[in-house]
Design a protein around this ligand. Structure first.
Ligand code: AMP
Length: 112
């Protein structure tokens, strides 16, 4: 039996995490170790896809929803990063998009 990912455990409330937004299929966390003024993680609620290659093959619509969520939350320009594989720095094998950007307009994501 595989263990739930750390992100699934945050979603179920088993461990603390700062969920700033969610829809039926994705949720968004503030990264605990931010690398930019805005560093969000956009994560599918399902943990069945380990990385973006699996997700693109298995559910491209869900991948598109992740991108649309980043677009919705960050009004300006942003970087979207999917670390894919241990050698590329992936540490959590539940697909997630890093969304990196400068400061957001005040109030865009609620209290931060
Ligand atoms: P990656 O290295 O691409 O797999 O990204 C995993 C990310 O999850 C890292 O940027 C971590 O800082 C972040 N992270 C790990 N634990 C938490 C947590 N409890 N809440 C928010 N972000 C986390």
């Amino acid at each position: 039996m595989t263990q739930s990912s750390i992100f699934s455990r945050i979603l179920t409330g088993d461990i603390p995490g700062e969920i700033v937004h969610q829809t039926d299929r994705v949720f968004v966390l503030n990264d605990i170790a931010p690398q930019a003024p805005v560093h969000l993680l956009v994560i599918p609620k399902t943990d069945q896809y380990a990385n973006v290659v699996e997700l693109a093959a298995g559910d491209p619509g869900l991948l598109a929803e992740m991108v649309a969520t980043a677009r919705e939350l960050v009004p300006g320009d942003f970087r979207l990063i999917f670390n894919t594989g241990e050698g590329a720095g992936q540490t959590v094998f539940h697909v997630h998009a890093h969304v990196l950007a400068g400061e957001l307009p005040e109030g865009s994501l609620g209290e931060r």
